[in-house]
Design a binder for this molecule. Structure first.
Ligand SMILES: O=C(O)CCC(=O)C(=O)O
Length: 190
């Protein structure tokens, strides 16, 4: 596996945060309460997303994003094509062997740009074009940011295969604990 090309509308920014920021962000998350409602642990900020209803309802507002996210949010707004301050973030924790199934982020729930920051460990993300079945893959390195917009946001599914290791340039790369922070803007609240 390696990146051959990215879906149109996807932007990959290596080293979006420093190693120090990576540790601080992961530590800040670990002071919070991880939810075990899914196979992987999650934390929701800003707005709670209802996985069963695939909705963000009016009563799901949790409050403004915490101050410790402000530097990353400001950088998303000012230095990337995300171009605005997010109002929602979901943190996902993946232990080796865990992943996320193929999906398109809820279209009526979230605006047209989604940005995921990878922390602590790498993993493969796979993309599949919904109409043609075309596939491609990308290694998400720790500290990198992936922005999905346009076709990458709406016409391709993305997934992280649930496995213990990835093959990178022919070499087996075991996974460690990975945490991602996915930033979005909520479209509807009821
Ligand atoms: O962990 C990631 O990088 C992606 C997370 C994701 O696809 C999601 O939360 O919908």
């Amino acid at each position: 596996m390696n990146a051959i090309h990215l879906p149109q509308g996807a932007t990959y920014l290596p080293d979006f945060v420093t190693a120090k920021e990576e540790c601080e962000l992961a530590a800040a998350l670990d002071t919070g309460e991880w939810s075990v409602e899914l196979k992987r642990r999650v934390q929701h900020f800003g707005w709670r997303y209802d996985y069963r209803a695939r909705a963000v309802t009016a009563d799901a507002f949790l409050g403004a994003l915490p101050d410790w996210l402000s530097p990353v949010c400001a950088r998303l707004e000012g230095e990337t094509t995300f171009g605005r301050l997010p109002d929602q973030m979901i943190a996902n924790e993946y232990l080796p062997g865990q992943g996320i199934s193929a999906h398109v982020d809820c279209v009526p729930c979230f605006a047209d740009k989604v940005a995921s920051l990878s922390l602590l460990s790498a993993c493969e993300m796979r993309f599949r074009h919904r109409a043609s079945g075309e596939k491609c893959a990308l290694l998400l390195e720790p500290r990198a940011l992936l922005i999905l917009a346009g076709a990458a946001r709406y016409d391709w599914t993305h997934e992280i295969p649930a496995r213990m290791a990835d093959i990178v340039d022919g070499e087996k790369r075991p996974r460690a604990r990975r945490v991602s922070m996915t930033f979005r803007n909520v479209l509807r609240s009821g």
